[in-house]
Design a binder for this molecule. Structure first.
Ligand SMILES: [Zn+2]
Length: 88
């Protein structure tokens, strides 16, 4: 099987490390990544909700999983902003 030019094979070192740590599975849906999947590094706890940029708060996820999570994260962020009385 040729791996050339496939997304999983061209991950940056940080993402590749997460992939190994997660044993090849998406941090959100738990399915294995396929070599052709688009992947993204997600902040488990969003930075805007006080999450850290450190590795323990990062996970490798599918692009489509990340979109769904981001929607949910934004709801939480907006809620937190409202509770603080900020308007954004
Ligand atoms: Zn996924």
């Amino acid at each position: 099987m040729r791996m050339k030019n496939e997304k999983i094979g061209t991950l940056n070192p940080g993402a590749a490390k997460l992939l190994r740590k997660q044993k090849g599975k998406c941090g959100i849906c738990g399915d294995y990544f396929f070599p052709t999947d688009r992947t993204e590094v997600d902040h488990i706890k969003p930075i805007k909700l006080g999450g850290k940029t450190m590795e323990s708060n990062r996970q490798l996820v599918h692009h489509h999983c990340h979109i769904n999570k981001t929607k949910e994260d934004l709801k939480e962020i907006n809620k937190a902003m409202r509770e603080k009385g900020e308007t954004t």
